[in-house]
Design a protein around this ligand. Structure first.
Ligand code: FAD
Ligand code: EPU
Length: 306
């Protein structure tokens, strides 16, 4: 952390190294607004902003970002709202691993496929996080968004969920999500999780942001990168993992520039075009920031998922 911290109603504002908020541990600074109620989120999104969840699918440039980074605080992180009925609204900062465990204890089925994904619920919705065993979209009913300073509810069917993507309207902050799980037993849920766990066992434990590239149709990026002989290939502190070639690991002192150079090397070496799965901030071709709602020239726009 650097710079002074200040408190505003419902929010804590501090300049932070975004490296500290991402699993890859790379990235420069930004003004981070940690919000503990919807009013604070509304205030935080008046000016241009970005939203960070678990930071587990993010590559942030070494210069950080000039916009506010909005983060949902503890008030949005309680998994216990999910009860035995299996149908509940949950805060978007609920960590997925804890939610998966909680559902298993309650004997609720539906989240087995997202076992082992270090996302927050909101980030999981945005990326439609999943594995070949299931995606968050399978259980998602509805989301509540902060959009242009207003809260709106959107049915999951209108979110354009597909393989590692959604079509949320630009500038939408997922505040809450309603999941519907199916009554089962803890034993059956644990048994279904075994296959997912087995599929993940070969993945690296070192700092990463998960798979760097989406799988191209009919093939696996990991297989292609491996076949190109790139395991162990290194730029500075960034390396293609020995365990799984679609993971870039941070050996400790990687910079975003190292990671970008390594990704370019991969794309040059693999003949099939590979699409980067990570959201990138403060880097060429990266995700644009959302416009602050108070800065719109005209009246606030739409309430649908667009
Ligand atoms: P972040 O990385 O913080 O953000 C991702 C995007 O979502 C950004 O555009 C951000 O602006 C947006 N966002 C986040 N929260 C909100 C919100 N509340 N409102 C609006 N926008 C928001 N992914 C898989 O799908 N399957 C896997 O098996 C998998 N395995 C992984 C294993 C490891 C070890 C790691 C590190 C990552 C893995 N991932 C996997 C990638 C990652 O966990 C997912 O993409 C996840 O959905 C990202 O969620 P997050 O909360 O960390 O989002
Ligand atoms: N392979 C290799 N070499 C490697 C890695 C993989 O040859 O270094 C081969 C494997 O032998 C297998 C194929 O590639 O034949 C697919 O590999 P794997 O079973 O590991 O699955 P994946 O397609 O690489 C996907 C997701 C993961 C998810 C796992 C488990 C993508 C891009 N990746 O990996 O998601 O955890 O399945 O279901 O869809 C993520 O999205 O961040 C992520 C980690």
């Amino acid at each position: 952390m650097s710079g002074p911290e200040s408190a505003r109603a419902g929010a804590t504002v501090a300049r932070l190294a975004l490296a500290s908020l991402t699993t890859l541990k790379v990235g420069g600074e930004a003004e981070v607004w940690t919000c503990d109620d919807d009013h604070a989120v509304r205030e935080a999104t008046r000016a241009d902003f970005r939203v960070i969840g678990g930071g587990s699918n993010l590559l942030v440039g070494d210069g950080g970002v000039p916009e506010r980074v909005v983060r949902l605080g503890r008030a949005y992180a309680d998994a216990r709202a999910l009860g035995a009925a299996g149908d509940a609204w949950l805060g978007a900062a609920v960590p997925l691993p804890g939610l998966v465990r909680h559902a298993r204890r309650l004997g609720l089925s539906g989240l087995e496929g997202v076992l082992g994904i270090p996302a927050q619920l909101g980030g999981a919705v945005v990326m439609n996080a999943g594995t070949r065993f299931g995606e968050i979209g399978d259980t998602l009913q509805e989301v509540e968004l902060m959009l242009d300073g207003r809260t709106v509810r959107v049915p999951a069917a209108d979110l354009g969920l597909a393989y590692r993507r959604s079509a949320l309207p630009p500038g939408a902050v997922v505040l809450r999500a309603r999941l519907r799980l199916t009554p089962s037993t803890p034993e059956r849920v644990a048994r279904a999780e075994e296959a997912v766990d087995a599929a993940r066992r070969g993945q690296p434990k070192a700092r990463s942001a998960g798979c760097a590239f989406k799988n191209p149709p009919g093939d696996a990026a990991g297989r292609l990168i491996d076949a190109a002989g790139l395991k162990g290939s290194r730029v500075g502190g960034a390396m293609i993992a020995h365990e799984h070639a679609n993971f870039v690991v941070n050996l400790g002192d990687a910079t975003a520039a190292d990671v970008v150079q390594l990704l370019e090397r991969v794309r040059a070496a693999v003949e099939v075009p590979l699409e980067i799965e990570w959201r990138r901030w403060g880097l060429p071709g990266g995700e644009p920031a959302a416009r602050g709602w108070d800065l719109h020239a005209g009246p606030a726009t739409g309430t649908g998922a667009g």
